[in-house]
Write a protein that binds this ligand. Structure first.
Ligand SMILES: *[C@@H]1O[C@H](CO)[C@@H](O)[C@H](O)[C@H]1NC(C)=O
Ligand SMILES: *[C@@H]1O[C@H](CO)[C@@H](O)[C@H](O)[C@H]1NC(C)=O
Length: 334
């Protein structure tokens, strides 16, 4: 008898939990047309920030944009554009600030840029990250045997659209590269915008080779050599080439699991700010979007400033010599 009345007493609490879970981020209800950007400061400065807004209220690019559009097709994922095609500013999601705005990464107190290694000019594709994934640094990962780099999983989109910083796109996963960059797992997932003219024709790396011959090798080379010009070494690719679409899709799905443990507060967060506005059933990280400005001290509206000058050094080409490691050509010291 005691047990029975206890069970009845629990019912309202259970119903409340179920209601909260039902309100959690239903993927199908994610309305892309409700998204806008809140921009503060000037491009090419360290004060510049871009937040994502939904219906005019701030949300997190990383924690609030759903990973899948339809959980029955895990090859199609959302993608946050950080660096549009043909730009060279090292722009990315800031992991340690509330609701994770996009900012201009710095090196030695100055905005960071990527040198152009001939024949590429800046980033030859759209570059960004996959929301609701995490390269957990808390353990060595299978396949790479290295800890994660503590960021969302990166993706490069080979579609022909140029894109813009802060854009949320839907992409199809086609494969991935695992560069061994300084002892960290830092997957680069190969994807294509689902609205690209060839998106329906390509499902894997071989299809890309068929419809865009040479591109697969060329972009693999880009990731191998792009840091040589700043004095770093060549970056080897683990396994030497791309993993296939099935493998890459599984890597992303695993990264989603690590992310879920992060926002639930189950693991060491490594200084990531994981406040989120879409899962009320996880009370430790949930902040209602309408309260975020006040509670998380986020600017109440856009306040864009004029862009700062880009250093001239990055208008030049850098060339690899025959040993593929040294640079010659018109390098100018700042
Ligand atoms: C994808 O790669 C994995 C790992 O190398 C392999 O086991 C699997 O058979 C491959 N799948 C396809 C469809 O090629
Ligand atoms: C939420 O943001 C505040 C303000 O930056 C921070 O103190 C707090 O640790 C954050 N909470 C989580 C769960 O990241």
């Amino acid at each position: 008898m005691v047990g029975k009345s206890f069970a009845w007493a629990m019912l309202p609490a259970l119903a409340a939990t179920a209601a909260l879970q039902a309100r959690d981020n239903p993927t199908s209800a994610f309305d892309y047309d409700s998204l806008t950007l809140r921009t503060v400061g000037g491009r090419n400065t360290l004060d510049w920030r871009v937040w994502l807004e939904k219906n005019g209220k701030p949300i997190s690019f990383w924690h609030d944009v759903p990973l899948y559009l339809d959980a029955s097709n895990k090859q199609i994922v959302n993608f946050v554009v950080e660096i549009p095609r043909w730009q060279d500013g090292k722009i990315e999601i800031k992991r340690d600030e509330p609701l994770n705005p996009i900012f201009h990464d710095d090196k030695d107190g100055k905005p960071r840029y990527v040198e152009s290694v001939w024949p590429h000019k800046s980033y030859p594709f759209l570059y960004g990250s996959i929301p609701q994934t995490w390269e957990s640094p808390n353990f060595d990962h299978d396949f790479t045997s290295e800890p994660g780099d503590n960021d969302p999983i990166d993706l490069f989109d080979i579609g022909q659209d140029i894109g813009y910083t802060g854009q949320v796109k839907q992409v199809k996963i086609l494969g991935a590269l695992a560069p061994n960059d300084g002892g960290e797992t830092d997957w680069k997932v190969l994807g294509i915008d689902v609205n690209d003219p060839i998106a329906d024709l390509v499902d894997n790396v071989e299809d890309v080779e068929k419809y865009r011959p040479g591109l697969i090798q060329s972009y693999r080379d880009w990731f191998t050599y792009y840091k040589v010009a700043r004095g770093d070494g060549v970056i080897p690719i683990i396994g030497d080439s791309y993993v296939n679409a099935t493998f890459a899709t599984a890597v992303v799905e695993k990264g989603h699991g690590y992310w879920l443990d992060l926002v639930k507060g189950k693991v060491d967060s490594n200084e990531i700010n994981y406040n989120q506005t879409s899962r009320p059933s996880i009370p430790d990280s949930f902040v209602p979007s309408r309260a975020a400005v006040r509670r998380l001290d986020i600017p109440a509206k856009s306040d864009p400033k004029r862009a700062a000058e880009r250093p001239a050094r990055f208008d030049q080409w850098f060339y690899l010599d025959e040993e593929l490691g040294l640079i010659e050509g018109n390098v100018v010291e700042e």
